[in-house]
Ligand binder design. Structure first.
Ligand SMILES: Cc1cc2nc3c(=O)[nH]c(=O)nc-3n(C[C@H](O)[C@H](O)[C@H](O)COP(=O)(O)O)c2cc1C
Length: 142
């Protein structure tokens, strides 16, 4: 089964986790990019939209304003059908608890992936300020 990691990362945290995962599972990373990555833009224009050309896809994003970053939301909304593919999700966030945006962002991601018929496997909420290393190691190891 081949895997691709598709992420949006504004300040590099999500990217740094994706790089560790990429090294561990030997999967490529592709980044979603927008014309302007101002998080307040509710309908960003995407300039790079990675193809979902693998059996297993890992989607990852930061939390912005208690929800999924708009750039990742737009990207997931525009995906083609994911039938037959399995999907892992992770988000990174900074506020002390996952209920301060992390859970909401993951719920949004799950809903969008399920709408495209993707089968969700593993879902991880990475809190940048608490137990980060353990969460990342558990995700990569498990
Ligand atoms: C505009 C903005 C809004 C944010 N809103 C939240 C939030 O609501 N909850 C939270 O836990 N972290 C929030 N954060 C922190 C980021 O989610 C966190 O630093 C994340 O790891 C950044 O990932 P990145 O470096 O891949 O962009 C916010 C950061 C920015 C820049």
């Amino acid at each position: 089964m081949n895997t691709k990691i598709i992420i949006y990362s504004k300040t590099g945290n999500t990217l740094s986790v994706a790089e560790r995962l990429s090294e561990a599972i030997n999967a490529p990373i592709e980044r979603v990019e927008a014309e302007d990555d101002n998080p307040n833009i509710s309908h960003p224009v995407l300039t790079v939209t990675p193809a979902v050309d693998a059996d297993h896809i890992v989607f990852a994003s930061p939390v912005h304003g208690f929800q999924l970053a708009q750039i990742m939301r737009c990207y997931l909304e525009g995906l083609p059908d994911l039938s037959g593919k399995t999907v892992d999700l992770f988000i990174t966030h900074a506020f002390p608890f996952c209920w301060m945006g992390g859970h909401m962002a993951l719920r949004q991601m799950k809903k969008l992936v399920v709408k495209k018929n993707g089968k969700i496997k593993k879902v991880t909420c990475i809190n940048w300020s608490r137990k980060r290393e353990k969460t990342i190691n558990d995700m990569i190891g498990g």
